[in-house]
Design a protein around this ligand. Structure first.
Ligand code: GLV
Ligand code: MN
Ligand code: MN
Length: 414
């Protein structure tokens, strides 16, 4: 298929996947839902049409395999995720899966086999929306899935273990899904940039150098619920006022420390009535920095800040640390391959770090990783306004295809 036709097909498929949502008027696709099941059913058909055999693992990740020219060869992993945030854009995740699929389709159409097998992995839980988890699914394939994760619960009290069973997997057999690191050549993920740099430089693609550290916690403030009309202001223990002070402390630390970003993205105030003083507030905290130590330090500073706020207001604080995903570096060898491919296509080579987290960060524990970013309109993501152009998708696809050829040319060095 000609390049523009394949790029147009990627864009059509983006629309198709975006139609599988839990909510009628917006795109929300959490782990283990019917929307994800439906997206996978269609995706498997596309994988098979591109000459791949398909399988699923216990978490439900879908994997399409395109065999190597010779048996016993190593495997290159390509892919991204197909779950989404709430009220998501269409491209965060699916674009990387579909461009990988198109690159394989191009090989299949020309009857080409490479000296390595390719597996396209469509991960089922990168955003962590349902369980406030992160990277459940890439952790399974990287062998870093911790049994404690099975006990996390969603908003309805359903555990990860039950959701896995309901999604057709066996939570007791997850350790069998880990790749043998020796069988892998690397993992390459194409993804929208989710930031404004490429657009400001008028570049269609960029090569990722590193993925920054992220640290997440759930923070609860417990005060005293009471009557909004009768409890005098000086006798209140308003949990939401303490939480509000904390939210502003998060913002000011984010502004103070160079390179730090810190976000409270979810707030739940209980009991939640206009005439009741909030007795309990639970919020999410997401702290990120390119440097692991700075990231942890910022999180510790915020905890101290919360303690001071709560002591002054006689509010009880509960701080649950969820996880830290350390910063990772991309493979110099794979970055160089991508750079050669970008250059061969007559595009300027530009390198940038990723502020967002990606499954690639988890895969880096077992295999060299690389990422190619695609320019997105206004740098907007985690928002239905996410947008990319057909032309940029075409460039990203050509870069990926050329990188596969370059990797094949390395031959004996693989
Ligand atoms: C994933 O999108 C993240 O960076 O939170
Ligand atoms: Mn995302
Ligand atoms: Mn993503």
């Amino acid at each position: 298929m000609a390049d523009h036709t394949l790029a147009a097909q990627v864009m059509q498929r983006i629309e198709t996947l975006a139609s599988f949502s839990e909510e009628p008027d917006r795109l929300t696709r959490r782990y283990g839902t019917d929307a994800l099941r439906e997206a996978y059913a269609v995706l498997e058909g596309w994988m098979q049409a591109a000459g791949m055999t398909t399988r699923r693992d216990n978490l439900g990740n879908r994997i399409g395999r395109y065999e190597a020219a010779q048996p016993g060869a190593k495997t290159l992993l390509l892919g991204s995720h197909v779950d989404s945030v709430r009220d998501a854009g269409k491209y965060d995740g699916p674009l990387g899966v579909l461009i990988a699929l198109a690159a394989v389709e191009r090989l299949h159409a020309s009857g080409k086999r490479l000296p390595f097998a390719i597996e396209v992995v469509a991960f089922a839980d990168e955003e962590g929306l349902r369980f406030s988890s992160s990277f459940l699914c890439s952790k399974a394939v990287a062998g870093s899935f911790e049994p404690a994760m099975l006990r996390l619960t969603d908003g309805d009290g359903i555990t990860v273990a039950d959701a896995i069973r309901d999604f057709g997997g066996d939570p007791d057999a997850i350790d069998q899904d880990a790749y043998d690191a020796d069988s892998l050549l690397g993992y390459c993920e194409v993804h929208i940039e989710q930031g404004p740099l490429l657009e400001s430089l008028e570049l269609p693609v960029g090569i990722v150098t590193a993925i920054q550290c992220q640290d997440r916690s759930t923070v609860s403030f417990s005060g005293m619920a009471g009557h909004a009309g009768t409890v005098p202001m000086n006798l209140r223990h308003d949990a939401l006022c303490a939480a509000a002070e904390f939210v502003l402390a998060v913002e000011s630390l984010g502004r103070e420390i160079t390179g730090l970003v810190a976000t409270v993205g979810q707030v739940a105030a209980l009991p939640g009535a206009s005439n009741v003083i909030p007795g309990r507030v639970t919020l999410s905290l997401d702290v990120r920095h390119a440097d692991d130590a700075q990231c942890r330090h910022a999180s510790a500073l915020l905890r101290e800040r919360a303690e001071v706020i709560c002591a002054a207001r006689e509010i009880a604080l509960d701080w649950q640390h969820l996880h830290t995903t350390p910063a990772v570096q991309c493979s110099p060898v794979l970055m160089e391959l991508l750079a050669q491919a970008v250059d061969a296509l007559g595009q300027p080579v530009y390198r940038l770090a990723s502020g967002a987290g990606h499954d690639a960060a988890i895969l880096s524990a077992i295999t060299p990783i690389a990422m190619l970013f695609v320019r997105c309109k206004g740098g907007i993501s985690h928002n239905p306004a996410e947008s990319v152009t057909d032309a940029d998708v075409g460039v990203a696809l050509d870069v990926l295809s050329r990188s596969l050829e370059l990797l094949a040319e390395k031959g004996a060095a693989l």
